[in-house]
Design a protein around this ligand. Sequence first.
Ligand SMILES: [Zn+2]
Length: 299
Amino acid sequence: MKFVSTLLDYSLWPAIFGGALAITYTGLSHGYEITGFLIAYFCVAISLFILERVRPHEKVWHENDGQMPHDLGHTLLTKVMVEVTIITLTAVGIMKGTESRQSGVFWPGHWPVVAQVALGLVVSEFGLYWAHRIAHEWMPLWRFHALHHSPVRLWFFNTGRFHFVDTIKSMLFGMPLLIIVGAPMPVFFWGSSITAFIGILTHCNVQMRFGWLNYLFNTPGLHRWHHSMDLREGNKNYGENLVLWDLIFGTFFDDAARRPPVKIGIKEAIPQTFFQQLAAPFYWKRYQAEAKARLESKI
Ligand SMILES: [Zn+2]
């Protein structure tokens, strides 16, 4: 039994990620790339929903935090409306720009697609890494990113809990680099798909182990440290898909000797409702002062 459990620990992440890529590829090869991606994403979500109940990483994270409607609201606003709009506009721009050429001057368009996608991930990750790192280290942007770190539990459902300003900022850092180097459409398509699959996996509350994958991809194991309240662990592992830039810039963190903390979240106050969560970053200092006064009046 122990052997089967260990085998599952190590195989679940690559199996789910690989399965999602295979479904997406099947859709793409039949001319239905968006449908293929959506089916793959739905399959990943359902698999994680079931696995979180069958073999949770932290049972206490099953407890309802009352944030589900708001998590869904932020996911719909940022992932569906903002990201789809920006990706569609970028795709239209690229298609118009590439009518007269196959790919940019700087782009190795003769490489196999897999190698081009890998290069695209490395390039865009440089921007995404710094977008994420600055959001943690510079207060004017932290106030928007704080929403993503405010939950007291991690599960697949709060993956998309981002303030829309935070999402726009990340896309402004990640996509222009690919446009400047002249990456073609397949690189954008696979880059966006891989980001979506790795993103939903990083938040999952499923018992898994990762081994050497921790030195390549942003895994749930690494991302749980990133949600630690202890900033010596939390201000680490900024990579969205890859950990390459964390390794290069010295922000990679993993500790195989102990489990990541169960108690996660942030020290600042965050409103409990959707519209207040959207508004609070715009008057952050006043909101924090009012929240502190409310807390002190109760004591
Ligand atoms: Zn973060």
